[in-house]
Design a protein around this ligand. Sequence first.
Ligand code: ADP
Ligand code: MG
Ligand code: MG
Length: 918
Amino acid sequence: MAATSTRSAGKARGARTVYYFGDGKADGDRTRRNLLGGKGANLAEMCRLGLPVPAGFTITTEVCTAYDRAGGRYPAGLKQAVSKALSRVEKSMKKRFGDAQNPLLLSVRSGARVSMPGMMDTVLNLGLNDKTVVGLAERSGSERFAWDAYRRFVQMYADVVLGVKAEAGKEVAPFSEALEAMKKKRRVEEDTDLSADDLRELVATFKSIVRKATGKAFPEQPEAQLWGAIGAVFGSWNTERAIAYREMNNIPGDWGTAVNVMTMVFGNMGEDSGTGVAFTRDPATGERIFYGEFLMNAQGEDVVAGIRTPMPIDQLAAVAPTSWKELLRIQKLLEDHYRDMQDIEFTIESGRLFMLQCRAGKRTGFAAVRIATDMVREKRITKEEALLRVEPAALDQLLQPVFDADEQAATRRDGRVMTTGLNAGPGAATGRIVFTPERAVELAAKGEPVILVRIETSPEDIKGMQAAEGILTARGGMTSHAALVARQMGKVCVAGAGELMVNYHDWVMGVGDTILEEGDWLSLDGTTGEVINGRLATQPSEVDTALFGTKAKAKKAQAGQTWKCFSRIMRWADGARRLRVRTNADQPDQCKTAVAFGAEGIGLCRTEHMFFGEGKIDAVREMILSDTLAERKAALKRLLPLQRRDFEGIFKEMGTRPVTIRTLDPPLHEFLPHDDDAIRELARSMGVPAEQLRNKVDSLAESNPMLGHRGCRLGITYPEITQVQARAIFEAACNVAKKTGKKPRPEVMIPLVGDAAELASQAAITHAAAEEVFKRKKMRLPYLVGTMIELPRAALTAGAIAAEAEFFSFGTNDLTQTTWGISRDDAGKFIPIYVDEEIMPGDPFASLDTAGVGRLMEIAVADGRGARAGLKIGICGEHGGDPASIDFCHHLNLDYVSCSPYRLPIARLAAAQSALRD
Ligand code: ADP
Ligand code: MG
Ligand code: MG
């Protein structure tokens, strides 16, 4: 980092520091965004396009960096460059800065590479003093206007540049107070009712406020005003607000901001003047309508400040027809030129339109797909460009049920929002509060929507989570069990709501004084993380309805804009991507959802989730708790048909698509009951003394279960478990093949392998089971046996493992845990701090740590394919749904990524973008 910074500072010394724009000419253009900032680059571009832009100049971002490094000194030659550019502006505008007869007034605006709300506010009307105000009054023919501009300038400059703010304990700045006092004195309501003399008096008052607050007179010299403002913009790069914003958005500190100095135009010169902001298309829906607001006789931020209610943009046609026509022409021209939706700012001065800003407009996910696909149809952009325009993560918005917008806004005003947690599973959910998975299932079976509220969730809660509309936890991060499972299920989830009190004894939850009981209504917004007291109406997304709705509803949804645009983008993405996409799914209904969302196979089917299903858990527990091989075999025999039925359901849904099934992975202790009642009950059904069972349960507890007796270690110590699982898989596959005529493609995956010998043992059992079943069923099916790569040792010995494995699948959740030596379940305590302190760039469980974990993956890919040409390799960790991680997998040349069903659209688009960027 240091090396690049020095280089750019060096460049600043010799390079041009000031870029002029005006009268159809500009030194810069839109390609110089890094140097001129977004605003400066686009002002230059608009000038080149011949649009009416008031003349001005941009001081480069490199000056900011150099100024910073030199502790607030400007690079040599800057003053001369600024004064040269200023004379050019004066010539172009036929006015002089500081001239008493015909003064040029300036605005000073910040403008970084990307727009940054944390930056300095704009200073308008700069260059006014007791002499120039007279000239302005004469030229404009309005004394009142001139003094109003002057009093606005003193107020803005004092606030933004001199830092004169409200006194401690006071709400309003001293200037607003003085203004209010003046209005009271004159017995008027509006600022506009004050006379020129009133305003003159106010200017004097404002200046005395400045003298009192700063100990210095207000700067009268225009030159001093200008350099004060320039220094303030550069200084604002390092304010707390700006730094916080940069941290939140991963913006490097050495980018710097540019300063734009330009001629003022006045929207407040009377009823034929005005100012406005607009989008060339609707930023919420993407519809191709000119969308925006304006105010007549107003300046600057009046439109967004909310003091007066602005008018919808199309009313400009009646108020200022000439400017309206010109604006329509320009908005079209800008879209044609930039070939993207633009966000524009304009001002009308005495009937003449001026452009003050344009940039690519921010938009919702809905608008993003609509605009991208519409622009392809309008032949403005190619399909490839359209795919690159849509942020993959923004597709999430299209898939989520929604709250009524007005109703939700009301909850924020009236205090119904109880707290805000992590937005772990996006969407809107509303239902009755339950505290146990059993109650969730029970109430849901009666048709009641429920919200499952837990301190945190565990695998035992799966059925309850499935039954719930939404899940709320007080503890756990973005990759906690609740978050992970919720995303796989496509459930709304707010996790880690730290303020939340959850009491399992009295069945209450609450924040502060608000206490809710079981059965009370609660609403969760998984997109914002808001927890809302009470019931809010929701509806499924258009995409969901199009895919899964009843016939009539689906048909209607498929005729809707969202579905049309979404499915078009998905189709194009599938044509562009190289990576295949699979899903992580454990149940037939998840498979169905996933296939509808484009899954080309299953990348991870976790058999243990099935174990919690109807009637199975008891057999599983007996299997685990049996003392002898004979007992265990008896329990497994009971389990076999149940597992087989699960697999049949999955194979039926998946047809001839590959299905990767992982053999039993978690530590056995996770399947056992822990409270006394449950143990007693199980003991009764097994016909053993409760005490004996309790001892057995205790003896299975491990101090480090995640590194303990799990994964292939279970299959090695209890080969009969692998045997029975493999038999269930192959019998199910044969049965489905016979019934449907379609040949399933099972891929048996052995977890937590660290050495080729471990895999060899489990592969032998699996192959033997397959042969035995095929012989018995008198048929053969294609199948593979492979392994997860989720331990560093597996990656490092991948060459040897590949001799045994027919495929690899990176289990990047465990691989991240074991590479870093960080337990995911405990990481919440320190990873946020690591990220804050920039010790880690981000949570490695959310986005792949390419330098460490990624390095191991590289080794495994190279050595694995070296030992077995064409080895099929995929990824099935949570990272499979993260666009940055998908990009890494694309470049590693993996065959597929696998993610939860509702992340599939994101994965398909991200994979397409990776291929297109190559
Ligand atoms: P932001 O980046 O916060 O949008 P801007 O630099 O765009 O800040 O300035 C805010 C507002 O100030 C603009 O929307 C415009 O109304 C007004 N403004 C800026 N420059 C000028 C100018 N040269 N003449 C008239 N108004 C201006
Ligand atoms: Mg702006
Ligand atoms: Mg694992």
